[in-house]
Design a protein around this ligand. Structure first.
Ligand code: SAM
Length: 397
């Protein structure tokens, strides 16, 4: 079964191989119906998209998309009529006049011309699909860690989100998402400067989403009395354990989604922290309530994540362009180095309110980046004028 551009290519291959030489023309008519349905309507996207844009300004961008598509797939009129392909096929005697088609199919050179027209149209269809996909991803721009990537919307099924994400963490680890281990809280934001942890010696510490173990190492080297790491990925835990061992350190590891009851002791920890970890949760309220339960009274919770404003603004032709609605917390997927991650961008108020509901008081919040003045990379330029990472230090009351 072939569809879209692939159907045109298959038709072209059949023509060239001589499939229609022996008057196998009922099949030709089937192909023709397909062309009628799909290609003859080539001009209509402009009309439909323009109409949508007229009805609701929200769809204004669609009018441009329709025009771009019509340039690729021109037709006799903006509301339809014969498509470019249809006109070409008629001119090449490869249309719906079966008498002419018979003659054309018996001449190798002529049928190759018909096949070439079909392949050209298939190419144009592919480009039109790319334009529409681009439009979809342009609605969202997303950066995890330190780079911008394209995104597509997905439905938020907790189990499938975990499944997709575990696969990425298992196979790719942290390398695909940039700076996410202490002393860095994210790009350009360092504990060395912020000193949010204070003295951790003799303290019991738990990291949510402990990943590579590098943040655990940082806290362990500062003489914490107990190190615990929670992570959804067995592979990450394996790596973290090996990493700590290489530094003469060890931790208790728990492999579980942070959203679930996983046997971590309650009223036990002095500090729970998460560096680009908690944002992966599918249940922010539930996760913060669990974090609160692990902490002793007055225990500290420190976490960092991509700043939601950073997720809305993308660099484009040396300009920063607001690309996504700040209030949009829907789930989406990113392709990263051959893998896929699924996440949602939450507003700052969503984090703040969830902390309050879980029984925390915020002691400090950091939005500024520490960018070297001579760093002229796009990302640094952006970080100089808007927050790219946020860090919150909260206390359990
Ligand atoms: C960016 S990494 C954290 C890196 C870590 N700070 C370090 O020092 O390497 C995020 C980690 O969160 C884990 N994770 C993602 N979703 C999770 C979930 N729902 N529950 C627990 N861990 C999760 C991933 O497996 C990954 O190891």
């Amino acid at each position: 079964m072939y569809f879209g551009a692939e159907a045109y290519r298959k038709w072209a291959d059949d023509i060239e191989s001589g499939r229609f030489e022996d008057e196998n023309l009922p099949l030709w008519e089937n192909y023709g119906v397909y062309v009628c349905n799909l290609a003859t309507n080539g001009g209509e996207p402009t009309y439909i998209f323009r109409k949508l844009a007229d009805i609701n300004p929200k769809y204004a961008e669609l009018a441009n998309i329709g025009e771009k598509i019509q340039k690729l797939l021109p037709a006799e009129s903006p509301t339809g009529g014969r498509s470019l392909l249809w006109i070409q096929l008629d001119e090449l005697d490869g249309g719906m006049d079966i008498g002419k088609v018979k003659m054309t199919m018996r001449n190798k050179e002529n049928r190759s011309k018909v096949a070439a027209a079909l392949r050209d149209y298939a190419e144009r269809l592919d480009q039109a699909v790319d334009i529409m996909l681009e439009m979809n991803s342009a609605n969202k721009t997303s950066m995890v860690g330190s780079h911008e990537v394209e995104a597509i919307s997905v439905s938020a099924e907790k189990d499938s989100i975990h499944e997709t994400n575990i696969f990425l963490w298992d196979t790719k680890g942290n390398d695909v998402i940039g700076t996410t281990a202490l002393p860095m809280y994210g790009a350009f934001t360092s504990e060395e400067k912020l000193r949010l942890f204070g003295d951790v010696s003799g303290k019991k510490a738990l990291e949510i989403g402990c990943g590579t173990g590098r943040s655990l190492q940082y806290i362990g080297e500062r003489m914490a009395s107990e190190l615990w790491g929670l992570d959804i990925s067995e592979k990450q835990i394996e790596k973290a354990s090996q990493h700590l061992a290489a530094y003469g350190l060890s931790a208790k590891f728990v492999c579980s989604p942070m959203e679930e009851n996983c046997g971590i002791p309650e009223d036990y920890f002095d500090v729970v922290y998460s560096v680009y970890g908690v944002g992966w949760t599918t249940d922010l309220d539930g996760t913060f309530r669990r974090v609160a339960s692990y902490l002793k009274k007055d225990g500290i919770f420190i976490f960092s994540w991509s700043h939601p404003i950073h997720k809305c603004v993308a660099s484009e032709n040396d300009m920063l362009v607001f690309k996504k609605c700040y209030f949009d917390e829907s789930w989406y997927s990113l392709s990263l180095d051959g893998g896929v991650l699924t996440l949602s961008d939450r507003k700052l108020s969503t984090y703040v309110n969830a902390l309050a509901r879980a029984g925390f008081v915020i002691e400090q919040m950091v939005e500024e980046s520490d960018v070297q003045p001579d760093d002229n990379s796009d990302y640094a330029q952006k970080a100089k004028i808007l927050p790219v990472t946020f860090v919150i230090k909260a206390r359990k009351i």
